[in-house]
Design a protein around this ligand. Structure first.
Ligand SMILES: [Ca+2]
Ligand SMILES: [Ca+2]
Length: 316
C-alpha cells in the first residue's frame, strides 16, 4: 500500500511539473510576441509617405565652425523616435485642404506674398499659393503659406485622418537633415551637391548671370518633390527646394541653454523657425545648421513645410 501511495504522489508531481512548464512556456512566448509587435509598430507601421527616424543624441548647431552664425553654440541634444514626411507638402495636397474647407490663406485675404519678378523679390497682392509668380506642378511644394496657414492645414489633416501630425521641432529637423545627426553640412552628405539650390540655372534665369559655372540642377524656381536623391534616412529636399517651417519660436538665449532632451524652444516668441534654404539665390542658407526666422504670418514663394508624426510618449 505504501508503494502505491508513493507512486500516486510521484505521478501527481510529474503532472504538476508538466503543467508549470507549459504555463511558463506560454507566458514566455506571449512576451516575445508582444516585444516583436512593439518593434514592428515602431519601425514598420509607418504612416503613408513618411519614414521612421530612430532617435538618438547629436551635437546640434555650430558643429562645422564654418560660419560665425546664428547656429552658435553647438550643444548636445537627444531626441525620441519620430516619423517624418519624405517630401515637403505638395501643391496638390494643399489643394485638397482648400477644396474641402474653403480656407483662405493669409496671402489671399491680406496683402499677398513675396514672389519673384524680373531680377528680384517682389511682394504683390495677387501672389499666393495658387499664383506664386512662377508655374508649378501639383507635385511641387506648396509655397506662400504662412506658419499660421500650416497650423490650419495640420489641424484639418489630423481631424480627417485621426492622426497626430505636426511641424517638426527645430532639433528634429536638423537631426533628420543630417541623416540622424551625422556631421553633414548639407543633407546630401559627402559629395554632391544634389538638390534644388541656387544653381547655374537659377543664376542665369533669376539674376541674368549667363557666365556662372558650376552645379546645375535645372530648376530656377521650385522642383517637383523627390526630384533628387534622398538623404540616408530616405528624406528628400531637406537642403533646398523650399524653406520648411518648424514649430519652435526663436530665442538665442533658449538655444544657448537648450534643454538636452527633446527641446521644443521657448514657450513664447515673435518669430518662428525656417530651415533648409531654398531655390532662392543665397547658397549659404541650405546648410543643415543654418537657422532663419520669420513672423508666423510671413509668406514667400520659397517657404513651405513638411510634416512629422509623433510616436508614443513624445506626442504633443
Ligand atoms: Ca535650382
Ligand atoms: Ca526643403
Amino acid at each position: 500500500m505504501k508503494n502505491i501511495h508513493n507512486m500516486e504522489k510521484y505521478i501527481m508531481f510529474l503532472v504538476i511539473r508538466t503543467l508549470v512548464i507549459m504555463i511558463l512556456f506560454v507566458l514566455v512566448m506571449n512576451l516575445v510576441a508582444i516585444g516583436a509587435m512593439d518593434r514592428d509598430d515602431l519601425s514598420h507601421n509607418v504612416p503613408e509617405q513618411m519614414v521612421y527616424v530612430k532617435g538618438g543624441c547629436f551635437e546640434m548647431g555650430h558643429t562645422f565652425r564654418d560660419s560665425p552664425g546664428n547656429d552658435d553654440p553647438a550643444h548636445e541634444v537627444c531626441l525620441d523616435d519620430f516619423y517624418m514626411g519624405k517630401y515637403e507638402v505638395t501643391l496638390g495636397e494643399f489643394r485638397k485642404f482648400i477644396d474641402e474647407t474653403g480656407y483662405r490663406t493669409e496671402a489671399e485675404w491680406q496683402d499677398g506674398c513675396h514672389g519673384w519678378e524680373g531680377k528680384g523679390e517682389k511682394k504683390k497682392k495677387t501672389f499666393n499659393w495658387r499664383n506664386t509668380s512662377f508655374s508649378q506642378t501639383e507635385k511641387d511644394p506648396v509655397v506662400c503659406v504662412s506658419w499660421n496657414d500650416t497650423y490650419e492645414y495640420i489641424k484639418w489633416l489630423n481631424n480627417k485622418e485621426r492622426k497626430n501630425y505636426r511641424l517638426p521641432t527645430e532639433a528634429e529637423w536638423e537631426y533628420a537633415a543630417r541623416s540622424g545627426g551625422k556631421k553633414y553640412i548639407y543633407s546630401w552628405g559627402k559629395g554632391g551637391p544634389s538638390g534644388n539650390i541656387a544653381d547655374k540655372t537659377a543664376m542665369k534665369k533669376l539674376l541674368g548671370k549667363s557666365d556662372s559655372g558650376g552645379y546645375d540642377d535645372g530648376y530656377a524656381f521650385t522642383s517637383p518633390v523627390g526630384s533628387f536623391s534622398p538623404n540616408e534616412l530616405g528624406l528628400y529636399d531637406m537642403s533646398g527646394n523650399v524653406y520648411e517651417w518648424v514649430s519652435d519660436w526663436k530665442s538665442r538665449e533658449n538655444f544657448r541653454n537648450s534643454s538636452r532632451q527633446n527641446p521644443r524652444g521657448p514657450e513664447k516668441g515673435t518669430v518662428k523657425g525656417l530651415r533648409g534654404g531654398s531655390w532662392n539665390p543665397l547658397p549659404e542658407i541650405v546648410r543643415t545648421t543654418e537657422r532663419r526666422w520669420a513672423v508666423p504670418g510671413a509668406r514667400g514663394a520659397w517657404m513651405g513645410f513638411r510634416l512629422v508624426h509623433s510616436i508614443g510618449a513624445s506626442e504633443f
